[in-house]
Design a protein around this ligand. Sequence first.
Ligand SMILES: Nc1ncnc2c1ncn2[C@@H]1O[C@H](COP(=O)(O)OP(=O)(O)O)[C@@H](O)[C@H]1O
Ligand SMILES: [Mg+2]
Length: 286
Amino acid sequence: MVRICIIYDKLRFEEKKIYNDIQQKGFEATLVDGKSLIFDTESSKSDSRFGDIILQRVISYNRGLHLTYCLEQMGLPVVNSSSVSEICGNKLITSLILKKNGVPTPKTTFAFSTESARECMKKLGYPLVVKPIIGSWGRGVYQIKDQSMAEMMLDSRQENDNSFSRIYYFQELIDRPSRDIRCIVIGDQIVASVFRYSSENEWRTNVAVGGRTEMAPLTSELKEIVLKASNAVGGGILGVDLMEDKERGYLVHEVNNTVEFRGASAVCKSDIAGAMTDYLVKMSSK
Ligand SMILES: Nc1ncnc2c1ncn2[C@@H]1O[C@H](COP(=O)(O)OP(=O)(O)O)[C@@H](O)[C@H]1O
Ligand SMILES: [Mg+2]
């Protein structure tokens, strides 16, 4: 019997749903809190808690990534792999990889100090979008409308000093409807596609800031771009997010590594957790 281990740091709807689904399908499931784990250089695959395959669902980018390195070192298959996690958890790397692989993506500019960020914004002009290179739920994603907002942003980055706060990620503001698209990809299958509409007085469409989901038709063009984006980052269980530019069409702006699907599962008929289980079972014997 296949044994699947789910590693988490906070139990959300998704982890519980996948855990129940694995058991309902007759497989063994364990839930392990990543915060409780200790590894050493001798740690081995024979640790029974980890089963045959691991689903990595840790929210914290750094914690999840470093745990994945340890688990992979033990010779265990981890979904998503460390290389996929590294790319998807970091917006700068994601943008570069998408572009390199011919996936349409917004034009993005990077700067590495306060001075160059200031110069960069002046050159790019306003409005523009700034994002932390690591983060989710729309946190720290702002529209900079003029120079005074630009100075405020630079100030707050200086106060909020961490190793990523002097890495600046500036993106063109995409002219799009008040929605974006989230597609959930498992291996080479797209199991759900939804529109996420932003709430009133909010331009970001994240469900975490009040976005509302509706089923979106999976056109052949959308399918092709989504699979291209998923392959570009290395594939696995992913959430590919796209915007609809009024002139250029679909632009992929993000690929999520520990994808949330509560909103999507409420409006899509497909069994998202079930498809994840099937994929993990398949991958456990590879
Ligand atoms: N360049 C952009 N133009 C217009 N809207 C954007 C742009 N980038 C992000 N957004 C909006 O902000 C939301 C959050 O940005 P995103 O890059 O997905 O960061 P996060 O990882 O925090 O979700 C997106 O879902 C989208 O609605
Ligand atoms: Mg997003």
